[in-house]
Design a protein. Structure first.
Length: 379
C-alpha cells in the first residue's frame, strides 16, 4: 500500500473509532488511563500526596469564587452580544444559564457538545421570554462570544509573550489562533456592513436571491441561513458595545489569572508567582483548543506541569496543583450547570438531543420548530 493510500485509510479508521458515543468514551478512557500511568511513573506520587494533604482550603475557596465571577463575566459578554440585536433584551440569568449548561456539557461529555448545546439553551430561554430569535442567530452569537474571548486571550498572551518565556510551539499556536480569530472577526464586520446596505435599500436583491442559481437547485447551508447569521453579527456595527465586550472579556481572563494564582497559593507554590500562573493559563487553554480526552483530563495536567517546570516546580507538586486546578474548574462547571438546569426546568439529556436535532435541521435547511414547552411563556 502506498503512502497516499495509507493516510485516507488511517482517517477512515479514526472516523470509525469516534462514530459512536460508546467508542468515544472508550478511546477517551484509554487515553486518560495511559496518561495516568505516565503520571504515576514520573510524577513522584509521595510528594503529590503530601501536596494534597497540606492544601490551604481558604485559598481553594477563593479560587473557586474567582472562577465563578469569571463565568458571570462570560455570561455578561454574551448578554452584550444578544442585546446588540436591538429587538431583544436578554437577562443575565438567561445568558448565565446557557453558558453554564454549555460548560457543564463540555466538562462531562467526551466531545464538545456544549458548542451547540449552549446556543440551543439560549434559543429556548429567549423563546420563553417571547423573543422569536432563530436558532442560527443564537448559534452565531454564541460563536461570536467565543471568538471575542479567543481574540482577547491571544492579544493578552502575545502582549506578554517575552515575559512568560513560552515554548516555541505555544507562540506558533498563538499566532495561528490570532490569524483565525482575526479572519472571522473581519468576516463578521463584513457581514454586518452587508446587512446595513440591504436595510438601506442599496441592494435590489436579497441574500437568498443570488442570480445565476436555478430555482430548483438546493442552496448551500451557508446561503440558506446567511440572513440569520448576519443578524448575529450586529455587535460588529456598534463600536461602543464591541469595546464593552472586549473590556468584559479582558476582565474575565484577568480574573481567571488571579484564580490560577490563588490555586498556586492553595498548594503552597506561590513562588511561581503571577508569571507561573499566567503560563499555566496560556498553555492549558492552548492545549484545550483540541479536545483529545474527555474534559481535557491528562492533557490539561501535562500543560500545567510543563508551565510550572519553567518556574522550577517539581513534578509531584505540579501534578497535584494541575489536578486541583482542573477539579476546581469542574466544581464550578457542575454546580453552575446543574443549578441552571434546575432553575430553568431543563434537563441536560433533553437539551443534548434537541440541540443535535436543531443542528441537523439547520444542515437540511429546515426551520427549527421549538417543543411546545419551549414556546413563549409569560414569566
Amino acid at each position: 500500500m502506498t503512502a497516499s493510500r495509507e493516510v485516507p485509510s488511517i482517517i477512515r479508521t479514526a472516523g470509525r473509532l469516534v462514530s459512536s458515543t460508546g467508542r468515544r468514551w472508550c478511546v477517551g478512557g484509554l487515553a486518560v488511563a495511559g496518561l495516568v500511568v505516565l503520571f504515576v511513573a514520573y510524577a513522584d506520587p509521595a510528594r503529590m500526596g503530601q501536596s494534597f494533604m497540606h492544601t490551604d482550603w481558604h485559598w481553594v475557596g477563593a479560587a473557586v469564587g474567582l472562577m465563578l465571577v469569571s463565568l458571570v463575566l462570560r455570561s455578561a459578554a454574551l448578554k452584550v452580544i444578544v442585546n446588540a440585536l436591538g429587538s431583544v433584551q436578554a437577562r443575565l440569568s438567561d445568558t448565565f444559564s446557557a453558558t453554564s449548561i454549555g460548560l457543564l456539557a463540555n466538562s462531562v461529555i467526551p466531545i464538545r457538545v456544549g458548542t451547540v448545546l449552549a446556543p440551543y439553551a439560549l434559543y429556548v430561554l429567549l423563546r420563553r421570554r417571547g423573543a422569536a430569535v432563530p436558532f442560527a442567530t443564537t448559534l452565531g452569537m454564541a460563536l461570536t462570544e467565543r471568538l471575542f474571548a479567543i481574540a482577547t486571550f491571544v492579544a493578552l498572551s502575545l502582549l506578554f509573550v517575552s515575559a512568560l518565556s513560552m515554548p516555541p510551539w505555544a507562540v506558533q499556536v498563538l499566532i495561528a489562533s490570532a490569524v483565525f480569530a482575526a479572519t472571522f472577526l473581519v468576516g463578521g464586520i463584513a457581514l454586518e456592513r452587508h446587512r446595513r446596505r440591504l436595510a438601506a435599500g442599496d441592494c435590489d436583491r436579497r441574500i437568498d436571491e443570488t442570480p445565476g442559481v436555478a430555482a430548483a437547485a438546493r442552496p448551500s447551508v451557508l446561503r440558506r441561513h446567511l440572513p440569520e447569521l448576519v443578524d448575529s453579527q450586529r455587535i460588529m456595527g456598534k463600536p461602543w458595545s464591541a469595546l464593552l465586550l472586549v473590556a468584559i472579556q479582558t476582565a474575565a481572563w484577568l480574573i481567571q489569572l488571579v484564580a490560577a494564582w490563588a490555586a498556586l497559593q492553595a498548594f503552597h507554590l506561590g513562588g511561581a508567582g503571577l508569571r507561573g500562573a499566567a503560563l499555566v493559563l496560556v498553555l492549558t487553554n492552548l492545549i484545550g483548543l483540541v479536545p483529545i480526552t474527555p474534559g481535557n483530563v491528562g492533557t490539561f495536567q501535562a500543560a500545567a506541569v510543563a508551565a510550572l517546570a519553567v518556574s522550577g516546580v517539581a513534578a509531584g507538586p505540579a501534578v497535584a496543583y494541575a489536578l486541583g486546578l482542573q477539579g476546581m474548574q469542574l466544581v464550578v462547571a457542575v454546580v453552575a450547570g446543574l443549578a441552571s438546569l434546575s432553575l430553568q426546568d431543563l434537563t441536560l439529556a433533553d437539551l443534548r438531543g434537541r440541540s443535535r436535532q436543531a443542528a441537523s435541521l439547520l444542515y437540511r435547511g429546515d426551520q427549527v420548530a421549538p417543543n411546545p414547552a419551549e414556546g413563549p411563556v409569560r414569566l
